[in-house]
Design a protein around this ligand. Sequence first.
Ligand SMILES: [Fe+2]
Length: 470
Amino acid sequence: MKEAPDISPSWELASVSIGCYAGGERRFLTHQSEGAAVPTMEEQRVPISHLRVGVFIRLELPWFKHPFLLGSFKIKSPDQIRALKELGLSTVICIPEKSDQQPMAPSDLDAAEKDTGGGRSESDTSLQQALWNIKNERIVRLKAQRERLNRCEREFEQALTRVKDIITNVGMASREVVENADTVVKDMVGSLLSDTSVVVQLMNTKPGGEDIFYHSLNAVVLGLLLGRECGLDADALQKLGLGLIFHDIGKQRIPKKVLRKQTALTPPEMKLIQLHPKYGQEMIASRVPDFPPEAMTIVVGHHEALDGSGYPSGLAGEKIPLLVRLASIANVFDNHCNKLDPATSLTPSQALSFMFRKQAAQLDRSLMAVFIRCLGVYPPGTVVHLSNEGIGMVVGANPRNTLLPSILLYDPDIPRNEALIVDMEEEPDLTIVESIHPAKLDPQIFAYLSPRARVSYFPQLKGELGSVSR
Ligand SMILES: [Fe+2]
């Protein structure tokens, strides 16, 4: 199991100076992590004719004007150099620090010219066409991926509306409300169990929504994904989801001014809030006597902790049922990511790291390991610095490899709604260098990536359309 990363370092881009190197331009990028500066990155402008295999380059063309899959890459073959020449470029940016080979010196050029045969040829044109064919396939897959994401967003909105209806009406027609909740969970469990290629996807959320609806749905989604990964059957997942929909229902009896208080709670206020699991149990038991007992243990027990420090009963260890331990992880994670004051929320990777390192005594460690596998070391919503010097935001987890999620790339030349989404499993040369705290982003990059003030997830089912990442 991969250990969760440290709390995110920051990343800042700053163009420090332009100089000259071997007749070309030199540019410097300064990377800063929290607390300490990391080595300065230097860029050089070099003539195309000086390139060779192993040189890492960055193109200064918009993505749709060149046939390469990424705008920054290490040259792998002479064909790529020929394709660069075909683009009509005279120079490209080279990043020596990321290169296996440095650009050629003038004395090497004659020999290289003989090797590549010089000028333009028919095969160069077909090479361009072959690269464009590959890229066009990528564009088609990207379009399908975007459509699937849009569908996922619509399903998320529908589920949110249903959860809102359930929670709003819980005080009135309780049996009907519980039946509705049962149906919502059944639909979700059915989808999850029918599609093995499901991935966790970051959702757009509208500002101003009531926290409890988002929180309840997110807890259900995360709990069910975790439960499925743990091998729970449909019946156990159903009870887990039902318990999670209603887990905070008792907060309806707590005054809003206490619930929404953003400063430290007084001891009496704290005691009052800690009554919500019992209130929830009473509310449901009085109206729906046959509410499944396993789901009720979640309502009353989701704040219990393995070390006995939780409430209301201070249960410890094995006395806390498995479903409650699962529910607790989903609940704690969402609470870390979505605090009353968003400025104090943890990023998803910070939340995982905090839970794994600081709450190890309270949470089930083996279940936490599974949870990290579900969300990835860099969970959706995490902004990352990539090995090709790009910056992006993780939008989808990859359960097959926690280090290779799908990433929405920052590219000022591509409109935000058409942003390139890269499946890292398809890009063996691309790795995540570090996570970046959104507060440290350049405002232009922040606006483009728009890291969510609220982190909400929903399962994206790939089975119906087949995987587009192949
Ligand atoms: Fe709670």
